[in-house]
Ligand binder design. Structure first.
Ligand code: ADP
Length: 641
């Protein structure tokens, strides 16, 4: 702990973010207040949560509030709270660095953008820009904080120019005060010391904050007639007097406890924005009330856009848990499964044990019941969505929802019903498994699919030539999770799912005569490629292409191997089968050449070439691209002669 004043450098990424926020949120300056109030409210939440186990930390100061004070002459605005406060070390850690996952995710998301000017307020709004947004309006920010169990306070100041100072300070009681020395404003800009302006901003962005946001305001009060002063002539001198009054600026409405019919569309939307810090309206909401043995209120939202950190393992879940309007915890993973982690909202369960900790939440019967109920309701809601809205939903969140097919056996069928895929038949439209069944040919027994990372390669894959010819539709799956989906989902409505690249599929066999005719050549090719392929077979899948690779039913798919390698894992050693098209003229010539002279060196080259072509056909890379290219050059010269 330092007694003297110290100056530190802001971390580079903090300064970068600061500059970015200041520049891109210029037209949304007022959100700084929402961010500071939200920090203050979080600080009180955390204090109350802690006080459940250590009631003494509250002391006498149990009237929680967030205070706003402005001074038009000094041009300052102050936001203070009696929340948990911060120690010197906590300030160093929280304010000088980017520790929280949201901001880190945000920085990561924008780091990839070449053109930083596309960083829109909407984009930033998804993350919640936090404390630093104060610098949008302030030329100097001072934060004085005293932690709940500490005697001393710490003062942090910065002008947002890359450095900050930190020193010991005094504060009467626990909590945090943030003082903004406001920038000189242009005529057209709002005056953030003005009472009406502050009121409006609080109403707009922070009306649902759970604690009173108070401000001392001066008002002219009428003086009762018998107390009014009169001059010598008996005339009244003043009928009013100026009084300072404390006013609460927010309504603190817990709209989730209300009846649906008493909540307006605007209120639903505003509450969502308050909860999520998202600037966009939500896609949809569910307002649920359960009575009976498991009693609770829930207000859940599906955002209109997937957040940037949707696939970040540290992504916060969006459901907050309350008990009789008292905040228990945010990021409550136990209330909805991982595959609904994008859902935001509030669950308020009056019978919840207030002392419940995160660790035992999972075992709590009430929580488990609520979760089961919520999941059921969310599914019903998704099932009832109009198809257009549903497709928007699927495009944003389908990848996450699909993961439930392998993580939640209980709801596997429901999620499979909701899944949508591109297919060989409807390239521009996504279809459901149910649609697929309707499209099936009368003689078709299996549901075909093919996985891979490149949709174009999937659409034109040689593996699908005969299937397409038969009019069998093939689901094209290009999300990594699909590999796990098809492992978990081996059938839909009694029809087996079958990979188009694996094992035998239900297509006409190559006739015996052809098989025999090619057997010696295939034996030869196999002997040349024995280190690389498991077998060489006449293909039933190919129609126009010469070669492709397939696997046995239990082998990992080519895509799975690729994914495992990308994740730094060694895929199980499984060689694949080289399939050759017995109806292709090139193969016929190859056979004739082979029958003429089995010792021609070119035969080995052509064998290698066939394998390379199969690899390229599925979007892979030949083992030796230079040799491949040289061989093709020679062949071209021969053909063009
Ligand atoms: P966020 O609030 O989104 O985590 P901020 O940049 O706004 O990010 O704040 C960083 C951290 O600083 C917070 O997570 C919190 O730990 C701490 N902090 C900010 N404001 C306060 C406050 N008023 N009281 C206590 N801690 C605060």
């Amino acid at each position: 702990m330092a007694g003297k004043k110290e100056t530190h450098q802001l971390k580079t990424e903090v300064q970068q973010m600061l500059d970015l926020i200041i520049n891109s949120l210029y037209s949304h300056q007022e959100i700084f207040l929402r961010e500071l109030i939200s920090n203050a409210s979080d600080a009180i939440d955390r204090l109350r949560f802690k006080a459940q186990l250590e009631p003494d930390i509250l002391g006498e100061d149990t009237e929680f509030n967030i205070k706003i004070a402005s001074d038009g002459i000094k041009n300052t605005l102050t936001v203070s709270d009696n929340g948990i406060g911060m120690t010197y070390d906590e300030i160093m850690e929280n304010i000088g660095t980017i520790a929280k996952s949201g901001t880190a995710g945000f920085m990561e998301a924008i780091a990839h953008l070449n053109d930083k000017s596309v960083v829109s307020p909407e984009l930033i709004g998804q993350f919640g820009v936090g404390f630093y947004s104060a610098f949008i309006v302030a030329e100097k920010v001072t934060l004085i904080s005293r932690a709940a169990d500490s005697e001393t306070a710490t003062c942090w100041t910065s002008t947002g120019d890359g450095t900050y100072t930190i020193e010991e300070a005094a504060r009467d009681a626990r909590g945090t005060t943030v003082i903004l020395d406001l920038k000189k404003k242009e005529k057209s800009e709002p005056d953030f010391t003005d009472e009406l302006t502050i009121r409006q901003i609080v109403k707009r962005h922070s009306d649902f904050v759970n604690y009173p946001i108070v401000m001392d305001v001066e008002r002219d009060e009428p003086i009762p007639e018998n107390e009014q002063l009169k001059d010598e002539a008996g005339k009244t001198i003043g009928k009013t007097s100026r009084k300072v009054m404390r006013e609460t600026l927010n309504s603190m409405k817990a709209i989730w406890t209300k009846d649906k019919k008493d909540v307006s569309a605007d209120e639903y939307e505003e509450f969502y924005k308050h909860l999520s810090h998202d600037w966009n309206a939500p896609m949809t909401h569910l307002h649920l009330k359960f009575e009976g043995t498991t009693e609770y209120d829930a207000l859940l939202y599906i955002p209109s856009q997937a957040p940037f950190d949707l696939f970040n393992p540290d992504m916060k879940h969006g459901v907050h848990l309350y008990c009789k309007r008292i905040f228990i915890m945010d990021n409550c993973r136990e209330l909805v499964p991982e595959y609904f982690r994008f859902i935001r909202g509030v669950v308020d369960a009056p019978d919840l044990n207030l002392n419940i900790s995160r660790e035992i939440l999972q075992q709590d019967r009430l929580v488990r019941n609520i979760r089961r109920n919520l999941v059921k309701k969310i599914f019903e809601h998704l099932e009832a969505m109009k198809s257009e809205t549903y497709m928007t939903f699927w495009n944003q969140f389908g990848q996450v929802l699909k993961s439930g097919i392998y993580t939640d056996p209980e709801n596997r069928k429901k999620i499979a019903d909701l899944a949508r895929y591109r297919t060989t038949r409807t390239e521009d439209k996504l279809i459901s498994f149910k649609d697929y069944l309707e499209h099936m040919q009368p003689d078709q027994k299996e549901i075909y699919y093919l996985t891979g990372d490149d949709m174009t390669a999937l659409i034109d894959s040689p593996l699908l030539e005969r299937l397409k010819e038969k009019g069998y539709e093939v689901l094209l799956m290009s999300d990594p999770v699909d590999e796990w989906v098809v492992q978990a989902l081996d059938e839909y409505d009694g029809k087996p799912l079958k990979s188009a690249e694996k094992g035998d599929i239900d297509l006409p066999q190559v006739d015996a005569e052809k098989q025999n005719a090619y057997a010696p050549l295939f034996g030869f090719i196999k002997s040349k490629l024995q280190d690389k392929v498991k077998d060489v077979k006449p293909s039933i899948r190919l129609k126009d292409s010469l070669a492709c690779l397939s696997g046995d039913s239990h082998d990992p798919s080519a895509y799975m191997e690729k994914l495992l390698k990308a994740a730094g894992r060694q895929p199980p050693q499984s060689k694949r089968v080289l399939e050759l098209n017995p109806d292709h003229p090139a193969l016929d010539y190859f056979r004739k050449l082979y029958e003429k002279d089995r010792n021609l060196p070119a035969l080995t080259d052509y064998s290698e070439l066939l394998l390379d072509m199969a690899v390229i056909g599925e979007g892979g890379k030949p083992e030796n691209p230079a040799r491949f290219s040289k061989l093709v050059g020679e062949l071209m010269a021969e053909a063009l002669k």
